[in-house]
Design a binder for this molecule. Structure first.
Ligand SMILES: *Cc1c(COP(=O)(O)O)cnc(C)c1O
Length: 385
């Protein structure tokens, strides 16, 4: 055992694989429950796109969270995992007819509608099924988040949501339709947000929009502020949990909820990122002309975040206690971007050492691909060792 990992038991499974720390996941879920129970009407949905490993979903489902889906397949996966349909919210700019039909057939809690065109299609499909679909409108609040450009979603230039200027028209349109009911407003400004000021800016924007709607006597039952709470990728041991206390407190303080309103959250990364580690083996240590490489058996096919977003993951050699050396940690895939980290300080590496790529529980396993005809990585709970 080095640190939190039962290294001596890892030879029972093949690398690379995802290792999920069950205790940390459970503690995280308790912390979310503890922090939200301080306020009335706070309701948390897990953004299933972050990680849909069935074993992980089982634990999250047991904790009583709802679920936020962005595809019909995710709705099906959530139902299979045991999440009740009445706790499912469904967003996405491009919902296909079958996905809308599935949401209607299963009576999901709410569609987060991203355009007037989509509203019409939902109304038509619901009409054919003799149902009334519950809809919220995803409003693009034009609030920037201080995060990577590829993961901001709430700016006017992004493809997501309905422009604020069109909000009232689309609500009035929904109120004229027979097979949809308007239930709320939805927002989501981006991901890996650590600056509470970004969430405060969203609160202020929502307060203004609510004032505007109130002047026109439009009632909103549900406010959904999306997700985006970030985690500390630099210090997975010292700071193993997102700052849920500050996050929920920011909304409690700055968002002016009206009487009886429910406030929904859609957290993905903050729920699952810290508990997951990609475990890989050192295949070769290679002395380049200018630097040393540790070549591992995991690649960007197993964890694409560094290649896709230049994301940082802390990397540790969990087999060695030898003095520190500096390596580029790279995978076997035929792409120059197949790099997990450059100039990484690791205990000296040897063939066969286990290398841990930390904080990989979100947007890791779920984004794996079969490029180079590789198999998908498997995921194991810590309890299984
Ligand atoms: C991705 C996404 C989330 C979750 O984002 P995190 O940064 O993982 O918390 C929530 N809501 C919507 C609509 C999303 O697309």
């Amino acid at each position: 055992m080095k640190g939190i990992f039962p290294v001596d038991k890892f030879n029972s499974v093949t690398t690379p694989f995802y290792y999920y720390d069950t205790e940390l996941l459970r503690n995280t879920l308790s912390e979310i429950r503890h922090e939200t129970s301080k306020y009335d009407g706070f309701c948390v949905h897990y953004a299933i796109k972050a990680n849909a490993n069935p074993k992980v979903l089982g634990i999250i489902c047991q904790a009583g969270l709802g679920v936020d889906c962005v595809s019909g397949w995710e709705i099906q996966t959530a139902l299979n995992a045991g999440f009740p349909a009445k706790k499912i919210v469904y967003a996405g700019v491009g919902k296909s007819d079958w996905e809308i039909q599935l949401g209607i057939d299963k009576d999901i809690f709410c569609f987060n509608v991203e355009s007037a065109a989509e509203l019409e299609v939902i109304n038509n499909i619901a009409q054919k099924s003799n149902k009334v679909a519950r809809v919220a409108f995803r409003i693009n609040p034009d609030v920037g988040a201080h995060t990577h450009a590829n993961i901001t979603t709430g700016l006017a230039e992004n493809k997501f949501g309905i422009a604020m200027a069109d909000m009232e028209d689309v609500i009035l349109k929904a109120e004229e339709m027979k097979n949809v009911t308007f239930v709320g407003l939805h927002f989501h400004i981006g991901s890996q947000i650590l600056d509470m000021g970004d969430f405060r800016a969203l609160c202020n924007r929502i307060n203004d929009l609510q004032d505007q709607l109130e002047r026109h006597h439009i009632r909103v039952e549900h406010i959904n502020v999306g997700g985006g709470l970030g985690i500390d990728y630099n210090h997975p041991n010292r700071v193993p949990m997102a700052d849920f206390e500050s996050y929920f407190k920011t909304y409690a303080r700055h968002l002016k909820l009206r009487n009886g309103q429910t406030l929904h959250f859609e957290l993905g990364r903050a729920v699952v990122a810290p508990c997951g580690t990609l475990i890989t083996k050192c295949l070769y240590v290679k002395e380049g002309t200018a630097k040393k490489f540790t070549i591992v058996d995991a690649g960007m096919t197993d964890l694409i975040r560094p290649a896709l977003y230049q994301a940082y993951h802390k990397i540790e050699n969990i087999s060695s206690e030898e003095p520190i050396e500096t390596y580029d940690v790279v995978g076997p895939i035929c792409e120059s971007s197949d790099v997990f980290g450059k100039a990484v300080d690791l205990n000296a590496c040897h063939r066969g050492d286990y290398i841990a790529i930390r904080s990989a529980g979100a947007y890791g396993e779920i984004m794996a691909s079969c490029y180079n005809c590789r198999p998908m990585p498997k995921g194991y709970l810590s309890d299984e060792f």
